[in-house]
Design a protein around this ligand. Structure first.
Ligand code: HEM
Ligand SMILES: *[C@@H]1O[C@H](CO)[C@@H](O)[C@H](O)[C@H]1NC(C)=O
Ligand SMILES: *[C@@H]1O[C@H](CO)[C@@H](O)[C@H](O)[C@H]1NC(C)=O
Length: 327
């Protein structure tokens, strides 16, 4: 198959064909137009203030939105704190000590409560903050449909069972995203978020020292890159909390470099490297790597769709006063 022709065809398909993301939820762009007209600009101001201090937080907010949406839908359940009789999502293994950006959401929500009491949901604040973070790091803007309501349940057990693991192979990743209504193509597009942000050594260290019972180092990992990672993540549990950039060449900018890294066997997680394990998925990786506009447009579509998973609307749920506590 002539790859260039495939790329040109698909690039045109994106522009010409309308995207169809079916959703039962009634979210709408500009939902707060009458009830709190400054809602989105207040969130933006708080997010930009925080990103000025720490640009890396953009990655934290993008990941928060993902981990919220995949567990009980985009209902801000990830923001709820544990209590004496409930261990919440944020304290489950994939989230604990690695999710970040909660304080930024709190700051934005406090300003919203002062300005428009009880009107803007935490789930929408998070969706707006993730958008502002994507705009900051990818330099593209998009409108966020809003009108989400906040959930009243957050269970640690549901985080572990709904979020994909970095050790997943292509089949497992595809299945995990299929459960949430996404195609393999969309899964590959959403994985492109890994061009920004940091990872703890513990998320991939077995690829360096303990791959399986016969081999220590993952043979699908470029040996030169592995050597560099071993310096950043020395063997031994005391170093498992070290942080490394997922895309060492542009850690705070989202671009298609992520896909180029995978093509040169420098994907950080098994779940990244496995995206080129079949001819079909590899074609998608090539497309995203070499047609940046394709990636950007498709990423926005998939990210907006992600923000619609299982949302509560109308009179469902509540508008939390404090995003960490159920009313
Ligand atoms: C495809 C399956 C996915 C897996 C297995 C996965 C796994 C991970 C892991 C293990 C980390 C590092 C956590 C740490 O050690 O601190 C991470 C970071 C991150 N992930 Fe994913 N992820 C996936 C998909 C996504 C998606 C769909 C998005 C968003 C659209 C996303 C956005 C991020 C971001 C932005 C970071 C960096 C967070 C930070 O710097 O604080 N990931 N991911
Ligand atoms: C992916 O992992 C699952 C679970 O470990 C395994 O059953 C399956 O054979 C693997 N698929 C591939 C293509 O390696
Ligand atoms: C270890 O991984 C290598 C490379 O993927 C594979 O060929 C080998 O069969 C694996 N060994 C075991 C015991 O799983």
């Amino acid at each position: 198959m002539d790859l260039r022709r495939v790329i040109i065809f698909l690039a045109f398909a994106v522009i010409i064909l309308p995207s169809c993301a079916p959703s039962k939820a009634h979210l709408q762009v500009g939902f707060y137009k009458h009830t709190c007209p400054s809602a989105e600009s207040i969130v933006k101001k708080e997010v930009m203030k925080a990103l000025k201090h720490n640009p890396g937080m953009a990655a934290g907010l993008v990941r928060l939105h993902f981990h919220d949406a995949f567990v009980r839908g985009a209902d801000a359940s990830v923001l709820i704190d544990s209590t004496s009789n409930n261990k919440a999502e944020k304290d489950a293994p994939p989230n604990y000590q690695s999710l970040r950006g909660f304080e930024i959401i709190d700051a934005a929500k406090a300003r919203l409560e002062a300005k428009c009491k009880g009107k803007v949901s935490c789930a929408d604040v998070l969706a707006f903050a993730a958008r502002d973070s994507v705009r900051f790091s990818m330099k593209i803007n998009y409108a966020v449909p809003s009108g989400r309501r906040d959930g009243r349940v957050s269970l640690a057990s549901e985080a572990a069972s709904n979020l994909p693991s970095p050790s997943y192979n292509l089949t497992q990743l595809t299945q995990s995203f299929k459960c949430k209504g996404f195609s393999q193509e969309e899964m590959i597009i959403l994985s492109g978020a890994h061009t920004i942000g940091l990872s703890h050594c513990s998320s991939f260290i077995e690829r360096l020292y303990n791959f399986n019972s016969t081999i220590n180092q993952d043979p699908s990992l470029d040996p030169t890159y592995a050597k560099r990672l071993k310096k950043q993540c020395p063997c031994g549990s005391t170093n498992s909390n070290n942080l490394v950039p997922m895309d060492p060449y542009s850690p705070t900018k989202s671009d298609s470099n992520y896909y180029k890294l995978i093509l040169s066997n420098r994907g950080l997680f098994t779940s990244d490297q496995t995206l080129i394990s079949t001819p079909e998925s590899k074609t998608q990786v090539l497309l995203n790597a070499y047609v940046p506009m394709y990636f950007k447009l498709k990423f926005i579509d998939a990210f907006v769709k992600m923000g619609k998973i299982g949302v509560l609307t109308g009179n469902e749920g509540e508008i939390r006063v404090n995003c960490r506590v159920i009313n």
